[in-house]
Ligand binder design. Structure first.
Ligand SMILES: *Cc1c(COP(=O)(O)O)cnc(C)c1O
Length: 376
């Protein structure tokens, strides 16, 4: 019964190289979704692999209260990579834990309880992050989750202003909603969220777990909107698929943080992978590539007979009329292209940020073929 909560796919993946994956019979797939936004530098980037190999021979683990040069380099690298003013870094092992810490730090720094989140939001599956997640399917069977969360329509500035008051500890938002169907924040929305939280003395938490590390065309999606949150959370692509989450905070939040901890926090092996990943993203200018190739991909996709194409950089959603899952199966089995759903009618594309226009064209052709077949 191992893996019993996952719905298993009919492909067994054995090896990865840059934008390609290979199954156990040697069949090649173009990965526009299987890596879940976790491989910005591509699969098994040689610099990341070398960093992991070399750290593995030195030290796999020492608890975070002892200093370690590899971890210290990552603390510094992350603070440098983060938007200005956010240089207090807490490390954990997943996205949901990063959000869990964000909610805890916001509560202890403000002394308040209430959290405002958005409809369609996804923030993770532990009891706090799950409480800020919208979908009933993920939440209802596990109630009661953490109390005190109020939901507002994503993108509605007035609704947000009405919901936030002097009892609000945090507003938590994704700059582009991922799991909820790939919805970029409307112009001005995150700026309004910053103003509203500033006025109320609440923390603005931006969940950049899916949007971060270059995916949307800047290091973090908030940077293209000139917004700096009080807390930014990251995970997925941070360490090329090794388990790492980060909660990056402004001074006032860090100063007010109460006791928190994790056995694996900042373990050196994962830290080495993360520093190498951030180096590759920066040195190879992968955020700019994500903007260029993502723009091209969206242009070409909008020529197809689909309902809508939206997204930012290499985080793209294609809204279709009928079952996204049928299309995904056709893409994988007939076309050798792996992608993801985001709800029942959206095909979500989250390739490595090393993808080229030629790869994008391949995906567009594959989707055109599968769409033609479904409507035939
Ligand atoms: C994936 C994701 C999470 C949860 O991350 P896990 O590592 O699966 O716990 C939280 N927020 C967003 C926006 C995500 O995409």
């Amino acid at each position: 019964m191992s893996g019993f909560v996952f719905s298993e796919k009919p492909i067994s993946i054995e090896r990865g190289e840059d934008v390609h994956l290979y199954d156990d019979s040697g069949t090649e797939y173009l990965d526009f979704g299987a890596s879940y936004a976790c491989t910005p530098a591509g699969h098994c980037h040689p610099e990341v692999v070398d960093a992991v190999k070399s750290q593995a021979g030195e030290l796999l683990y020492a608890q975070a209260s002892y200093g370690n040069a590899t971890r210290d380099v990552l603390y510094e690298r992350l603070a440098e990579f983060a938007p200005g003013g956010l240089d207090n870094v807490w490390l954990c092992n997943s996205g949901t834990e990063a959000n869990e810490a964000a909610l805890k730090f916001a509560r202890s720094a403000t002394g308040r309880e209430k959290v405002v989140a958005a409809k369609r939001a996804f923030h993770g599956r532990t009891m706090g992050a799950l409480a800020a997640t919208w979908k009933a399917k993920y939440k209802a069977p596990y109630e009661p989750v953490m109390p005190g969360v109020e939901f507002v329509d994503y993108g509605d500035e007035d609704a947000l202003a009405d919901a936030v008051d002097e009892e609000t500890a945090a507003v938590i938002l994704e700059p582009v909603q991922g799991e909820g169907g790939v919805h970029p924040a409307p112009e001005g929305y995150l700026q309004a969220a910053q103003d509203v939280t500033d006025d109320a003395g609440a923390a603005l938490v931006l969940d950049e777990i899916q949007t971060g590390v270059g995916r949307t065309g800047t290091h973090w999606a908030c940077q293209s909107r000139d917004v700096t949150p009080d807390i930014l959370t990251a995970a997925k692509g941070l360490a090329s698929g090794l388990p790492l989450g980060a909660t990056v905070c402004a001074d006032w939040v860090a100063d007010g943080a109460a006791s928190h901890g994790s056995t694996f926090s900042g373990n050196p092996l994962v830290a080495a992978a993360a520093t190498a990943t951030l180096d590759v993203v920066e040195n190879e200018d992968l955020a700019a590539n994500a903007a260029d190739v993502g723009g091209h991909l969206q242009d070409e996709l909008s020529e197809l007979p689909v309902r809508d194409v939206r997204g930012e950089g290499l985080m793209v959603g294609v809204e279709v009329k009928r079952g996204a899952n049928r299309l995904l199966k056709g893409l994988a089995i007939q076309e050798g292209v792996l992608a993801l759903p985001a709800g029942r009618t959206v095909v979500r594309l989250l390739p490595p940020l090393t993808a080229t226009e030629a790869h994008a064209d391949e995906v567009v052709d594959a989707l055109a073929n599968v769409l033609a077949e479904v409507s035939a």
